[in-house]
Design a protein around this ligand. Structure first.
Ligand code: ATP
Length: 301
């Protein structure tokens, strides 16, 4: 069974088509990255899955059920949600905050000790939240989302404001949760570094699905080139490759299509004077920029 299914979902607010004909399926144990510009419809998608709003048209199913239906209360107990810009009562300790949310969620407060340990906050459990760094607050937010061992986790901009190490730690926690069988939806504007942590990406633009798939299928769909970077003195490229190359401060840069990748590599391996050769595949950021340039272009037409 798919954990989340959206079929032909529209969501209209007064005068705003926040989502149009959105399809989405999410298998158990997978991590989906949900991306898009401001106002693209990411939060609306999350709210639909949480059952906080109903679709104008189409069908939303979470664990096979309508998240706004009669069983919504029980369904929500299987969900964990970390909202954007999470904030807690500053005067309470981390432990008190988590115990408070455990009560609200109706789960055993004994979990709080283990959860604080899991997110690396055991040492600060008795400190007031006002003394926490942004990264520590975010980890407390994650612990809150993990209360009750949710089968589906929705994380809205979980790494905003985190430094690179805190971000890496955060993604390490996500990988651990996935290994334990959790299904995760991660919304983010920060694309750098996310690709290693997600199984699939879905890119929304103006309420519509623009692209969806694994990184490799998105690379195929977008047909973005592979970049070769060559370093060395007096490298003489064959004439066909010279046309595709340019000189950069780092050396010679060569861009070829995915289909030409292996043949080009074989050609480059035979060249004299090459001291170093780097190959870069398109990143999620490249795919996102390419996909978004498509909608900006459409808008102007
Ligand atoms: P951001 O990255 O800025 O958080 P988002 O992708 O999460 O954006 P949404 O919050 O889902 O975008 O909003 C999608 C569209 O729906 C926007 O145009 C927004 O203004 C509109 N919208 C969202 N909620 C409402 C509402 N309650 N009433 C009217 N319009 C709304």
């Amino acid at each position: 069974m798919n954990i989340v299914e959206l079929h032909h979902v529209d969501k209209h607010y007064l005068g705003v088509e926040a989502l149009q004909n959105l399809d989405l399926t999410l298998e158990q144990g997978s991590i989906l990255g949900l991306f898009g510009h401001n106002g693209a419809g990411k939060t609306t998608t999350i709210k639909l899955i949480l059952g906080l709003i109903k679709p104008t048209a189409g069908q939303v199913r979470v664990f096979g059920e309508d998240p706004t239906g009669d069983n919504a209360y029980h369904l929500r107990r299987q969900l964990g949600f970390l909202q954007e810009n999470v904030s807690f009562y500053q005067q309470m300790t981390g432990k008190e905050v988590l115990t408070y949310f455990a009560k609200l969620k109706g789960c055993d407060k004994k979990q709080t000790t283990d959860l604080l340990e899991q997110v690396g906050l055991a040492h600060a459990a008795m400190r007031r939240v006002k003394t926490y760094s942004k990264g520590m607050r975010q980890r407390l937010g994650l612990a809150q989302a993990l209360l009750g061992k949710p089968k589906l986790l929705l994380l809205d901009e979980p790494t905003v404001g985190l430094d690179p190490i805190a971000t890496q730690d955060f993604y390490a926690s996500i990988a651990q949760l996935k290994a334990q069988g959790s299904t995760i939806i991660l919304c983010s504007h920060v694309l750098a570094g996310v690709e290693k942590s997600i199984d699939r990406a879905l890119i929304l633009g103006q309420g519509k699905l623009l692209a969806e798939g694994t990184l490799s299928s998105l690379i195929e769909q977008t047909e973005l080139p592979v970049t070769f970077q060559l370093r060395g003195s007096n490298i003489v490229l064959p004439a066909d490759l010279q046309l595709l190359s340019k000189q950069t401060p780092e050396g010679i840069e060569l861009q070829v299509s995915q289909q030409q990748k292996m043949a080009t590599l074989q050609q480059l391996m035979t060249l004299a004077n090459v001291d170093n050769l780097d190959i870069s595949m398109p990143s999620l950021e490249d795919i996102y920029t390419h996909t978004m340039s498509g909608i900006q272009h459409q808008e102007h037409n």
